[in-house]
Design a protein around this ligand. Structure first.
Ligand code: DP6
Length: 322
């Protein structure tokens, strides 16, 4: 039995839409921070005694679709190791599943690293990132720690993520404001193929040519204001593309909107500093520097639409822990 731990990640420049859906080759490169306090821990055991793969997720037998997705992920590694042995997987998240904190990112990264370890495969980080990508695009970024860039590439072999700055480079914090911990209606897997149907999608891809180098610069120079401006514009761009796809996907709820207005108000009045980003769900991730967290939490505590908060700093990459 091999156990691995992987952090989820929050994308500052986001992955939305594929060049190849089956291989999860993205249309654009993306940049993220691996999170230290939103993690998946996964144990994998291969045994000739097992007749099928099984998955226990948060102490419950997982739904058939989740077992199949995990099983397909194990197939990539079984193929590399030249074995057909089935596995028992036990996985648990430190945060609510399917609520805009990417559980597929940390889940697939932890599964990939644990299964590779259990099969005795000693793979370089870029190789693990490519394999994790096949299971979930954003999982490619959770293999690396700190600040991470996923090079889009055009083939399986050149689409993987690398660390661009270590966790200690910047005391940036993701304050996740949980507006709803319910399962989202349209998962990102269903959203990616729709991206191309938005009339604004090509404009988004064009804008990213400017955003990507500027986002790198903001991170390298620890320029919170430039970072925040790019972060919010990029999140809005993704949601414009999803709202205008056919069919339309509307991830924001009333609570999301209340929070965005409140955050801008706090910034204008100087009562709290932070910048938002939103993934494929209603929750709002507020990025700020560590020193601003107490004031931000104080303000968030006064909003009825915020059910709970989770504070995450930059964390380590996926690793075997036992
Ligand atoms: C909006 O990686 O969850 O969070 O590859 O189908 O698993 P699959 O999609 P996923 O997509 C993430 C979308 C996003 C943006 C991001 O994390 O880059």
């Amino acid at each position: 039995m091999t156990t691995a731990i992987a952090g989820s990640n929050i994308a500052f420049v986001k992955y939305w839409g594929n060049l190849d859906d089956a291989l999860r080759l993205p249309m654009n490169g993306s940049i993220s921070m691996t999170l230290d306090a939103a993690v998946t821990t996964t144990a994998v055991e291969f045994s000739p005694d097992f007749s099928a793969d099984s998955l226990l997720l948060n102490e419950q037998p997982a739904a058939e679709a989740a077992v199949q997705r995990a099983s397909r992920q194990l197939d990539h590694l079984r193929q590399l190791a030249g074995v057909a042995t089935r596995a028992h997987i036990v996985s648990s998240n430190s945060f609510p599943t399917g609520a805009g904190i990417a559980s597929s990112a940390s889940g697939m990264a932890a599964l990939t690293v644990a299964a590779a370890g259990a099969l005795g495969l000693d793979l370089p980080e870029a190789e693990l990132s490519k394999i994790a990508r096949l299971g979930s695009g954003s999982a490619s970024r959770s293999i690396a720690g700190g600040f991470v860039e996923w090079y889009a590439g055009a083939r399986h072999d050149d689409s993987y993520a690398v660390q661009i700055a270590p966790p200690e480079h910047w005391d940036l914090v993701d304050v996740v404001a949980i507006v709803s911990a319910e399962e989202k209606e349209v998962g990102s897997t269903a959203g990616h193929p729709l991206a191309h149907t938005s009339p604004f999608y090509q404009a988004r891809l064009g804008e990213l040519q400017r955003t990507l180098p500027l986002m790198r610069k903001a991170i390298f120079e620890r320029d919170l204001e430039l970072f925040g401006e790019l972060l919010e514009a990029e999140a809005i761009s993704l949601h414009v593309a999803s709202m205008t796809s056919r069919p339309s996907i509307l991830y924001w709820t009333a609570g999301t909107m209340t929070l965005l207005h409140a955050l801008r108000g706090w910034r204008q009045r100087g009562t709290a500093v932070g910048y938002f980003t939103i993934d494929a769900g209603p929750n709002v991730h507020i990025l700020t520097e560590r020193a601003h967290v107490p004031a931000l939490l104080e303000q968030l505590g006064q909003l009825e639409c915020v059910a709970s908060t989770l504070v995450c700093a930059a964390g380590q990459g996926a690793r075997v822990v036992g």
